[in-house]
Design a protein around this ligand. Structure first.
Ligand code: SIN
Ligand code: FE
Length: 287
């Protein structure tokens, strides 16, 4: 089954838990008409990239919301920081309103401004997000948490954000799980001792990293796997578990993104998590 895109009009019926169920089942929720207005001053952020060009994105992290990777005058950088702080609040409100069962368990992580064209050239295969993948963070083990992301296309000239979405996580895992190398608790401890990872890489983290890499490296799978093109138009906001939903970004520029973490135990149905799906397929709890 290919991940469905579920349109959620703001004027529609108040959510009653079914949105969380859809999201956990692998849907992308698309909100076509949420307001996130820009001031006249802020319009410059979609006219040219206010980025130092060293990293893929500009972002804020942590309570202090320190801005990283930005360019511009001090006044412009402070305005960009405020814009990201406002987008973080917008994402939090969206979750509180449409996914109320997550409100108490969720924690908001980084917020990013992505002004550059999705780059199809001269990128290593591992960092090439045009290839279908599930998200996994090499240095930041995720353990018993889920990755929920809130995206918004802020392109000023009508250009869509082009994505591909792929087949459901379970079908993908059936094909790739048998090919992955085994987990070593010893090397996980070593990586943490050497501070290559910020915490111990769990077996789940190990499997997700190797899935991410195996997927991106498999040209036949990329070309032939079940998939669908999706266009997210300017003004649209979309939400998905990016650790569960197979996705690739094919084109577009100027987007905002909020990352949030949800404990597996805070899901409406923890059995739908990639953690439990992988454990079931292996027939044992993960280490
Ligand atoms: C990704 O998470 O793979 C990239 C999403 C995007 O930049 O549209
Ligand atoms: Fe991704």
């Amino acid at each position: 089954m290919i991940s469905p895109i579920l349109t959620v009009p703001a004027s529609g019926p108040a959510s009653n838990g079914s949105l969380a169920a859809a999201l956990e089942g692998g849907a992308v929720l698309m909100f076509p008409d949420l307001d996130f207005p820009f001031s006249d001053f802020e319009r410059r952020f979609t006219e040219r990239p206010f980025a130092d060009g060293k990293a893929k994105n500009v972002n804020i992290r942590g309570e202090a919301a320190t801005l990283r990777g930005a360019a511009g005058t001090p006044e412009e950088q402070e305005a960009l920081r405020q814009l990201l702080v406002r987008y973080r609040a917008f994402s939090k409100d969206l979750i509180a309103r449409h996914l109320p069962e997550y409100a108490s368990g969720i924690s908001l992580a980084g917020t990013s401004y992505r002004p550059f064209d999705v780059d199809r050239r001269k990128m290593s295969w591992r960092r090439d997000d045009t290839r279908l993948h599930v998200d996994a963070f090499p240095s930041n083990p995720i353990g018993e948490k889920r990755i929920l992301r809130v995206f918004r296309n802020i392109n000023p000239s009508g250009q869509p954000r082009l994505w591909r979405v792929g087949e459901d996580f379970g079908s993908m895992a059936d094909k790739f799980l048998p090919k992955l190398p085994g987990y070593s608790a010893l090397s996980a401890r070593l990586l943490a001792a050497l501070r290559i990872t910020k915490a111990r890489r769990s077996e789940y983290d190990h499997l997700m990293l190797h899935l991410h890499d195996a997927l991106k490296q498999d040209a036949d799978y990329q070309a032939g796997a079940p998939q669908a093109d999706v266009e997210f138009l300017p003004g649209q906001t979309w939400v998905t578990f990016s650790d569960l939903v197979m996705h690739g970004a094919m084109g577009g520029r100027y987007m905002l993104e909020q990352t949030a973490y949800l404990p597996v135990s805070a899901q409406a149905d923890p059995d739908k998590s990639p953690q439990r799906i992988l454990a079931r397929k292996l027939g044992r709890p993960l280490q």
